[in-house]
Design a protein around this ligand. Sequence first.
Ligand code: URA
Length: 230
Amino acid sequence: MRLDRFLANLPHCSHRQARLLLASGRASVNGHIIRDGTHDVRIFDRVELDGERLQAGKPARFFMLNKPPGYVSATADPQHPTVLDLLDEPEKEELHIAGRLDSNTTGLLIITNDGLWSRRLTQPESLLGKTYLVETDALIDPTCVDHFAQGLYFRYENLTTLPAELVLLGSHQARLTLRQGRYHQVKRMFGRFNNKVISLHRERMGPLTLDAGLAPGEYRALTPAEIAQI
Ligand code: URA
């Protein structure tokens, strides 16, 4: 983004004020005063105004983790281990989880410091499919395929779930793809048919598939190609 637009995006800063700030030499990029509004600001750049940091200029970081059961999808928890405990990375406090999983749910978890990118991955409008392997306590009623495709009414949120694709893999096993992520959605959908989910594993989020080479608890950085897909 051009530096003048970057500054004009600040609260209470008009385009005219941005030009004045630049002309008076109050903005710097990576320690150099920049007066040229067309200067390209990248995510890696440190941008300061009157010495105050507007953008830290750290590289964006993206990881996929094969979440084991028993870890909470939080950055800190007073009682339980968190998924961040599984990462051997510096400055973990800058990272956040893009699409949480319940503590007993396993599988694909994305962790990043890039909020815009993670919003694209998780925002409902992007309608990216999230695929789960589900095991249930009781026999899966085959009519669930149609019911899930039509959507279920959730009274608490006063909404009908978006069409979801259920593929039966066995009497107690199925693959379910959702295009939204309401609280405990998979468990509540099966619960509607008096069936308890006993194992839930996320395999995919949009174009990102859990790397089969990652054992539970292991993680790796996303590749540039994976990052560019979102
Ligand atoms: N649905 C659930 O019920 N739990 C999860 O962790 C994810 C989706």
